[in-house]
Design a protein around this ligand. Sequence first.
Ligand code: HEC
Length: 192
Amino acid sequence: MKAAPVLLVLALAACEKRQPVSHIPRGEAVRLARESAQDAFARLSGELAKAIENGGPVAAIPICSAKARPLVAEVASRRQLGLRRLSDRPRNPQQQAGGKDLATIESFRAAIRNGSAPEPTVEEMPDGTTLVRLPITVSQPLCLQCHGTDADISEETRAAIRKLYPDDQATGYRLNDLRGIWQVTLSPDDAP
Ligand code: HEC
């Protein structure tokens, strides 16, 4: 019965060989993720600035509500990758972070508390995709008009938010606080 262990070893070796999963190189993944997040952020900011200029934050909320997700989806489809905004305290409940996303938010927040800049994280999945998570901070005073404390948000703006997002959790932030993350999903063929 000496053959049994040998067969087992051969079977395991064959098993290992069957799945040569290759991922996009890590440095390239971070570069592409950063570029895509910046692209989407620029589009969102542009849309937001235009809407605020035309009618203040109150008018900008329904516009933001209708356009934010399609705009992010458009950038994702143009670049052929996955792109999502997530938060531990979301405005839109569809953008609630859980699992690894939530853990990453907590680690980014700890980094900020310790006075260091949160660095993107890279997670290689068994199916060959790579998930990159990047911090989203309250980078401009503008954000506070809709995500700040009671002193920053006007009564009308608060009412407009409540109407569209009765379960809103996305207020009470201060400048430079962590607001959430970009979650970028890349496949091996995203490598140039
Ligand atoms: C005019 C009001 C307004 C301003 C100003 C604003 N936001 Fe938002 N924000 C919203 C609304 C409305 C949503 C929900 C959009 C949706 O339904 O996807 C949102 C959603 C988000 C989300 C997605 C997670 C979630 O909570 O659903 C992030 C992240 C975010 N905002 C960050 C920012 C940052 C950073 C700034 C400043 C650069 C900013 N926002 C400025 C209104 C605003």
